[in-house]
Design a protein around this ligand. Structure first.
Ligand SMILES: Nc1ncnc2c1ncn2[C@@H]1O[C@H](COP(=O)(O)OP(=O)(O)OP(=O)(O)O)[C@@H](O)[C@H]1O
Length: 294
C-alpha cells in the first residue's frame, strides 16, 4: 500500500508543556485512520503539524513523501477543520472554484464536486447562509476539489445530526474506496468504528494502541453476562469472578473476565436463569481501558 502520510518520532512542546512525545503514525492510500484520545491528548497539535499550520520541532512528517509545508505537498492535501469560517460575501461556487484554482486544478473541476456533494442547488448561495451540515459539506467539497491523496478531517461531524453525519461519511468512504487516505480525529468512538480501518489511541502525546476496531475491543478481557435471574443481588455480586453487577428490572448485567466460570455457577444455582447472553465490551470501553492502562 502506498504511504500517503508518514509521521515518525514527532515531538512537540509549547514552552514547558509536552504536547507530543514521540508519535509514529502511517496512513496508506485508501486507508481511513481514526485518531482517538481525550482532551489534551495531542490530536490537534498533530493535525496542525500535518497540515503545516505548525512548524515541526522534532521528528519527520511526509505527505506523499514531501514536507507538509512545501507547495507540492499542500496540493496533495485536503483539510476539513471545525474552526474555519467563510468570508461573508463569497458564494458556495466561488469558494469551491477558488479551492480548485489554489490546488492547481481547472475551474471546471468545481461542477462535478458540487454535484457529488449535493451542493449544486446551493451553488449561488452565500456560504454564511448555509446550515451546519451544508457548511461541512462545503468544506469537504473545497478539500476534495483539489483531488488530494490525503484528507485530514478534524472533528468533522461535531454538531451534525445523524442523517448529515451518514451523508458526510458516505462521501468520505467513497473517496477512500478510490484510494484517498484519510486521517480523522473524533471523540465519537463508536462512529469511528464504523468508518475507520484502523484506530490509533493517543494520550499525553503518545500512541497507546493502534489496530482495527475489532482488535482494540479484543484486547479488553471484560465480558458482560446479561440474563434474567431469580437470585438475590447480593448472591449474584458474590459469585466468584463477578467484578460488578447492575440490575435493570428483571435483567442483571454481570461484568467479568471469567465468563465460563461465572456461567457454570449461575447454571447450577439459578432456577430462574433465562434470556442469557454474553457481550463483548464496546470500542468506547476498550479505549477508556487502554487509557487507564488496563
Ligand atoms: N498554543 C498552545 N500553547 C500552550 N499549550 C498548548 C497549546 N496548544 C495545546 N497546548 C497543550 O498541549 C497539549 C495537547 O493539546 P492538543 O490541543 O493538541 O490536544 P487535543 O488532543 O487536540 O485536545 P482536545 O480534544 O481538547 O482538542 C495540552 O496539554 C494542551 O494544553
Amino acid at each position: 500500500m502506498t504511504t500517503v502520510l508518514d509521521v515518525q518520532g514527532v515531538r512537540h512542546r509549547y514552552g514547558g508543556t509536552v504536547a507530543l512525545d514521540g508519535v509514529d503514525l502511517r496512513v496508506g492510500a485508501g486507508e481511513c485512520v481514526a485518531l482517538l484520545g481525550p482532551n489534551g491528548a495531542g490530536k490537534t497539535t498533530l493535525v496542525n503539524l500535518v497540515v503545516g499550520l505548525l512548524a515541526r520541532q522534532a521528528g519527520t512528517i511526509a505527505i506523499v513523501g514531501g514536507d507538509p509545508r512545501a507547495a507540492a505537498s499542500r496540493r496533495e492535501l485536503g483539510v476539513v477543520q471545525q474552526s474555519l469560517g467563510f468570508p461573508t460575501t463569497l458564494k458556495v461556487r466561488e469558494l469551491v472554484v477558488g479551492a480548485a484554482v489554489r490546488a492547481g486544478r481547472p475551474r471546471s473541476a468545481a461542477g462535478p464536486v458540487l454535484a457529488e456533494l449535493g451542493l449544486a442547488e446551493l451553488a449561488g448561495r452565500r456560504a454564511v447562509k448555509l446550515s451546519g451540515g451544508q457548511r461541512q459539506r462545503l468544506q469537504l467539497a473545497m478539500a476534495l476539489v483539489g483531488d488530494p491523496a490525503l484528507l485530514v478531517l478534524d472533528e468533522p461531524t461535531v454538531g451534525l445530526d445523524v442523517a448529515a453525519r451518514r451523508s458526510f461519511w458516505g462521501i468520505v468512504a467513497a473517496r477512500c474506496a478510490r484510494g484517498v487516505g484519510v486521517l480523522v480525529t473524533t471523540h465519537l468512538i463508536e462512529e469511528s468504528a464504523g468508518v475507520a480501518d484502523r484506530v490509533v489511541v493517543v494520550d499525553k502525546g503518545r500512541v497507546l494502541a493502534s489496530g482495527t476496531p475489532d482488535e482494540l475491543v479484543a484486547v479488553l478481557p471484560d465480558r458482560t453476562i446479561v440474563a434474567t435471574s431469580s437470585l438475590e443481588d447480593s448472591v449474584l455480586a458474590g459469585v466468584p469472578g463477578v467484578l460488578s453487577m447492575t440490575r435493570e428490572g428483571r435483567w442483571v448485567r454481570l461484568r467479568t473476565r471469567e465468563p465460563e466460570a461465572v456461567l457454570r455457577v449461575l447454571l447450577a444455582a439459578d432456577p430462574g436463569l433465562g434470556d442469557l447472553r454474553v457481550e463483548q465490551a464496546g470500542l468506547e470501553e476498550a479505549v477508556v481501558s487502554i487509557g487507564a492502562g488496563v
